[in-house]
Design a protein around this ligand. Sequence first.
Ligand code: AMP
Ligand code: ZN
Length: 439
Amino acid sequence: MREKEILFWDTKAERISAEDLRSLQVQSLRKQVENALKTPFYRERLRAAGITGSGHIKTLDDIRRIPFTAKQDLRDAYPFGLLAVPRDELVRVHASSGTTGIPTIIYHTQQDLDMATDTMARSIMCCGGHRGDTLQNMMTYGLFTGGLGFHYGAERIGITVIPTSSGNTLRQLRFMKDLGTTMVHATPSYLLHLHAAIEHEGYRREELALRMAVTGAEPHSEELRCKIQDKLGIGVYNNYGMSELNGPGVAIECVYRQGMHVWEDRYIMEIINPDTLEPVPDGETGELVMTILCRDAMPLLRYRTRDLTRIIPEPCSCGRTHRRVARFTGRTDDMLIINGVNVFPSQIEEVLLRMPGVGANYLILVEKQGVLDKLTVRTEVTPEMFADDARVLNALREQLRSELAALITITPGIELKEPGSIPLAEGKAKRVEDLRPKD
Ligand code: AMP
Ligand code: ZN
């Protein structure tokens, strides 16, 4: 069966020996440190830690002398505090969704994009995509890397790409059938939605050539993967990435689907205890920390992803030497992922607090509606507002809805409540109720 065939994009790099990998990593890390010292942000940060040049990095363990970088640092350095090359060398900028006010932006030179494309091509072949496939890329195109990042990787392999982007399910189905789509890239929730639409529209399975899906952008369980596989009758492969690390394809499953290979010649991976910040033993769950080795425009050293996973230390039967990480189990911060979009509760709070007429107490509810996520913001209003007539309340509801939609790119339901009607928490306020089933 074609699917179980083990395909390599770059056999030598994917099967690199542990010794060669280590020396490559040290060499690349030294280069990254030199590069980082060209940026205002790292010049200050590294010098404060006593690192003034790559001479301080002699072995891989020396990485621990480098301070961590957090998402907030990227915001503080906005817009160009992390730039390591002249502005005119930049060819593209991406941004991470789900930020408060100041976005997190990532800049790339042409060489950076070529590397990201190469990594993505490697990832797609790792899970079994190949020339001759027709890919429908159902991830959003734009600032989000899931669209463009995956697109270029697939084209590099010679896959036929249909850049449908997200949404418009009926058109998606039509293309799938008429153009013989063999592979899709989508969030797990969208795959369920797609399946429901296939049934609803009465497509027969034999009319579709679909054989696999690459999925990611949001946490999902093994059970959900199995469910999607059964429903659609295809192989579903987990893929991890984030804008700050060049987008999708940072880690991906091979045909064995037992954990995701992290491309260790492109990233140095560490798993730390998020409280003590010390490394955890292999196999123990902790926060993934990544150092990017394949980008010139914007270095990122020991970046705290906030994503929780563990290393699978055993070698994989596919022959790749890059270590695997297990399916992500959650995050160490309060970021919500709603239909694939990152949302921080603080963004919602920011809008609520600046809106006249809104009271102090609120609750953010996330539920499943059918197969998609539904966001509702329930907030108290002030006594004066509550006493006003319905038109005033309706106007407030509309304004909240549109301001929130503009900031978080999701249109929430808004429930306006009488003052004092949302129960006050006894201890730490519980502002988020995530009622989505865990599978
Ligand atoms: P973004 O920068 O918008 O691409 O979002 C990146 C975040 O999406 C990551 O930090 C993870 O929290 C989440 N994410 C991406 N891929 C996966 C995956 N395969 N499983 C779980 N979470 C994921
Ligand atoms: Zn493998």
